[in-house]
Design a protein around this ligand. Structure first.
Ligand SMILES: NC(=O)c1ccc[n+]([C@@H]2O[C@H](COP(=O)([O-])OP(=O)(O)OC[C@H]3O[C@@H](n4cnc5c(N)ncnc54)[C@H](OP(=O)(O)O)[C@@H]3O)[C@@H](O)[C@H]2O)c1
Length: 194
């Protein structure tokens, strides 16, 4: 049974993944977010809530104690966040990271030019790829809310194959890694509707 720390736990994908992991794995979840009173524990036995900012090194490190896998689903100052996460994980000795980025960070989407709005996503991915962590970077397409789990994965050196993807599909990739942490190790995965 894995202990999973979810960073940015009040975000859309994070909340979807929390529910999905509770339904599809037996993992214990530690939800990390700012202003923690916004979230209710969906399962008292398997979920705990920690209030914190990812850029607060002391709180982040403490939250990582005893965790097997970190799932980051953040926005904003992502390069600074990536540095803080890598440092905290190395300090605590928790090495398995799943980090949410975006399609397009390598200019890999056919017909679409790289846009500077993706700089924080590209820069944070580069920080993680340069680390010694056991990482998986997720590069999803645009989120949809249909319940279907249907997706195609593409590797870093392949063209992105699609445009949209359901939140459940992204959460399913996370759940598969939680169940088998060696899966997709040190890879950057494009995720589009299958
Ligand atoms: N929507 C799409 O179609 C799409 C497609 C591809 C990729 N993405 C990317 O996937 C990621 C997840 O998407 P989403 O829709 O779930 O995003 P979201 O709802 O905006 O969630 C991001 C979360 O990050 C948290 N956060 C930001 N800075 C933080 C910090 N310093 N410490 C702690 N938490 C912090 C925010 O917390 P607060 O609530 O406290 O601000 C927020 O809850 C985003 O980076 C998004 O750009 C989205």
């Amino acid at each position: 049974m894995a202990n999973v720390l979810i960073l940015g736990a009040n975000g859309r994908l994070a909340r979807n993944t929390t529910v999905y992991l509770l339904q599809h794995t037996n993992a214990h979840l530690r939800l990390y977010l700012r202003k923690a009173n916004r979230l209710k524990r969906p399962d008292v036995q398997r979920v705990e809530i920690v209030e914190g900012d990812v850029l607060d090194a002391v709180t982040l490190r403490a939250a990582m104690e005893g965790q097997d896998i970190v799932f980051a689903s953040l926005a904003g100052a992502m390069a600074a966040q990536a540095k803080a996460i890598v440092h905290a994980m190395q300090t605590v000795g928790c090495m398995r990271l799943i980090f949410t980025s975006s399609m397009g960070i390598y200019g890999e989407v056919p017909g679409e030019r790289y846009r500077s709005v993706l700089d924080p996503y590209r820069d944070s991915a580069a920080i993680i790829e340069a680390s010694d962590l056991d990482f998986t970077i997720l590069r999803p397409g645009w989120f949809t809310t249909d319940a279907a789990v249907s997706y195609r994965l593409t590797q870093r050196d392949e063209p992105f194959d699609g445009h949209d993807v359901s939140l459940n599909s992204i959460s399913d990739v996370v759940a598969k890694i939680v169940a088998t942490p060696s899966l997709h190790s040190r890879t950057s995965l494009g995720i589009a509707k299958g």
